[in-house]
Design a protein around this ligand. Structure first.
Ligand code: MN
Ligand code: FE
Length: 376
């Protein structure tokens, strides 16, 4: 994320104090202490106290993203499901469309939990700078909102929870997608010594895996399927929730990337050619599993979207995640097959694009300081 597009923290000083100017506020610090406090802050292995002293800020972008995430806040329960219920209980939805909704509910019920657990017990645990922890805590909160939105859908549509969530845990390509990321977590939960290079790399890999592969690549095909129904004015309450979820995910991708790149900057020994190759292979495996999932689970030609486009979309997303951390890309796909989806993510909607009125929860300041290219 380029710094010039975000609020930048600037510093002034006088004989007595150092002043940080950020987001229209001025923070005053003791000259003798501020530098020391900032220098003690590190992504991992820094000075830690239980007080969560966010000030003085060192990682201003993390705080900026935290504020952005909060200004995007939404509440699943107030999303009107009346039309969804009417359609769901009618015969106007075909089997393929039902399958997509059920799969979306089933897959994300598991996946949102996996992300929350990983951020709570792994990512947030190893971060030491308070403003980074603060942003990670908000990340976890948003995953709980996503989980709650699925509960809202399940309850509103009167879906048999076991049928949907259990069934989709049993689809081999979905199981494989979940296991792919879960398998790295148990050893990271054991409190590894972050002074050791190998452990730093394990943590960096987990950060990359959760934010760039799982959230940044593997979530997107199913998002596209559900939002394509939304675009056809089908299951619009569900679609609206997924729209907000997707906007949140774009912040998680940006935040995870920020943690990752700052970690590598502070620990350049991590960034060996072997480690870079390991990450590329990691992404390759994520892409392979995602394509398997699409072949397995996507109804062919049922929803006005081509399977080929979904496969290209996986490559396109994988490549933009790789490029964003200066890793080489894997495919020749240079254009987004679902350009409309980026528009949806950024909520730059054409008039009458959706039949339902989209409730805007965004409060002032949202998105205007963010680089749009970084948020899709
Ligand atoms: Mn989520
Ligand atoms: Fe997320």
């Amino acid at each position: 994320m380029s710094a010039d597009l975000l609020d930048v923290l600037t510093e002034t000083e006088d004989d007595q104090f150092v002043y940080h100017h950020f987001r229209g506020k001025t923070f005053k610090f003791d000259r003798n202490k501020v530098r020391e406090r900032q220098n003690a802050k590190k992504v991992i292995g820094g000075f830690q106290t239980p007080e969560l002293n966010v000030l003085p800020l060192k990682y201003a972008q993390a705080y900026q993203i935290y504020k952005q995430m909060k200004s995007n806040h939404w509440e699943p329960d107030v999303i009107d499901m009346t039309k969804d219920i009417a359609l769901w209980t009618s015969d106007k939805l075909n089997a393929k469309e039902r399958w997509i909704i059920e799969m979306g509910v089933g897959y994300f019920s598991a996946a949102e939990g996996i992300v929350a657990d990983s951020v709570l017990h792994v990512i947030q645990e190893y971060l030491t700078a308070p403003e980074l922890k603060l942003a990670a805590l908000r990340w976890i909160t948003e995953e709980t909102i996503h989980t709650d939105s699925l509960i809202h859908i399940i309850g509103s549509l009167n879906i048999d929870q076991d049928m949907v969530t259990a069934r989709f845990m049993e689809v081999p390509s979905i199981r494989a997608k979940n296991d792919f990321i879960i398998k790295y977590m148990p050893q990271l939960k054991r409190g590894l010594d972050m002074e050791i290079l190998e452990n730093k790399q394990k943590f960096a890999k987990a950060l990359f895996g959760v934010s760039q592969i799982l959230e940044g690549t593997q979530f997107y095909a199913l998002f596209a399927m559900i939002l394509s129904l939304h675009r056809q004015n089908k299951m619009t309450g569900v679609g609206q929730m997924f729209q907000y979820t997707l906007r949140d995910e774009s912040q998680h991708i940006a935040l995870g990337r920020y943690f990752f790149t700052e970690l590598v900057k502070e620990n350049p020994e991590v960034w060996t050619p072997d480690f870079q190759l390991e990450l590329i292979e990691f992404m390759k495996e994520g892409v392979r599993l995602e394509k398997e999932f699409i072949h397995d689970c996507m109804p062919e030609d049922g929803i006005g979207m081509r399977r080929e486009d979904f496969l290209d979309y996986v490559d396109f997303n994988a490549d933009r995640r790789l490029a964003s951390v200066d890793l080489p890309t894997l495919s020749n796909i240079k254009t987004n097959p679902f350009q409309w989806l980026d528009e949806v993510i950024l909520l730059r909607k054409e008039k009458n694009f959706f039949e339902t009125r989209v409730v805007e929860y965004q409060t002032s300041g949202s998105l205007k300081n963010s680089s749009e290219n970084d948020l899709i």
